[in-house]
Design a protein around this ligand. Structure first.
Ligand code: HEC
Ligand code: HEC
Ligand code: HEC
Ligand code: HEC
Length: 157
């Protein structure tokens, strides 16, 4: 009896191990990458249209471009960390030539990298919008003055 149970457990363990190792790591823990705001447009037409029309973020790269002549490469890289989408992160902005779709601040600076969500359409596959996130780019003192929820009507979309 005991032997049988042990054998069953052993077999079950092998099965589980077999199943797990059969699946590529990428399928279990997909690395989320940045897809750019255009990729959101087909399903979130209103948010996209408002964003492109009203949000300064949708044009944030032009500020860097205008001043680039007077800046060193290191200084420009520093601008990228706040004026583009996902600079320095997996699948984020690299350069205007390689990743033109990520050169402005897009939806994903607030909602997180969208590759998993555009496949699944599941809101769980996005990040929560939080004030902490705004603070990575915005002056901490200024952030205290704005509440991100009214932002929906004041520039985000
Ligand atoms: C193929 C269609 C599709 C694409 C592309 C898509 N979404 Fe969605 N999105 C959905 C659906 C469906 C929902 C769920 C709507 C609902 O539950 O009311 C959703 C919900 C959301 C929500 C709401 C989350 C919540 O908590 O309610 C956000 C934010 C969002 N999407 C952002 C994005 C962003 C940013 C992109 C681009 C990176 C994007 N979506 C691309 C289909 C899409
Ligand atoms: C990746 C960096 C980054 C993050 C994260 C970020 N912002 Fe911004 N935001 C910017 C930049 C850069 C500008 C200025 C764009 C310009 O004028 O060229 C800006 C502009 C704004 C403005 C100016 C108004 C307008 O018309 O667009 C507001 C308000 C704002 N952001 C609010 C927020 C809030 C709220 C959050 C968090 C939910 C947030 N931002 C997250 C970089 C960021
Ligand atoms: C720590 C994040 C951060 C860095 C780094 C940064 N910026 Fe900004 N920048 C912002 C934010 C946030 C705003 C929006 C200001 C606001 O309304 O609070 C902004 C606004 C601007 C504006 C005004 C845009 C407008 O619409 O009037 C210019 C120009 C600008 N930045 C250029 C640059 C340049 C050039 C660099 C690199 C030398 C740079 N920024 C680096 C976050 C940053
Ligand atoms: C400045 C930050 C910011 C940016 C950029 C931004 N959003 Fe949002 N978005 C928000 C906030 C805040 C909410 C409300 C979420 C909450 O209450 O937790 C929201 C909610 C949403 C929702 C849920 C429906 C709704 O209106 O409440 C969708 C869909 C959405 N965003 C799509 C987008 C798309 C698509 C883009 C780009 C075109 C985008 N967002 C860019 C901050 C942002």
């Amino acid at each position: 009896m005991r032997v049988e149970i042990r054998a069953a457990i052993f077999t079950a363990a092998l099965l589980v191990a077999g199943l797990v190792s059969d699946r590529p790591i990428a399928a279990r823990q997909p690395v989320r990458t940045y897809v750019g705001s255009e990729a959101c447009a087909q399903c979130h037409e209103t948010e996209f249209a408002n964003f492109i029309r009203y949000a300064k973020k949708a044009r944030s790269f032009s500020a860097v471009k205008k001043m680039a002549d007077k800046l060193t490469r290191a200084e420009i890289a520093n601008c990228y960390s706040c004026h583009t989408t996902g600079y320095g992160k997996t699948g984020g902005f690299v350069s205007p030539q390689e990743t033109p779709h990520l050169q402005n601040n897009g939806c994903e600076v607030c909602h997180g990298p969208g590759s998993a969500h555009i496949e699944s359409e599941d809101p769980e596959d996005l990040e929560q919008v939080s004030m902490e996130k705004c603070k990575t780019c915005h002056d901490k003192r200024k952030v205290a003055e704005f509440n991100f929820k009214p932002m929906l009507y004041g520039g985000a979309h």
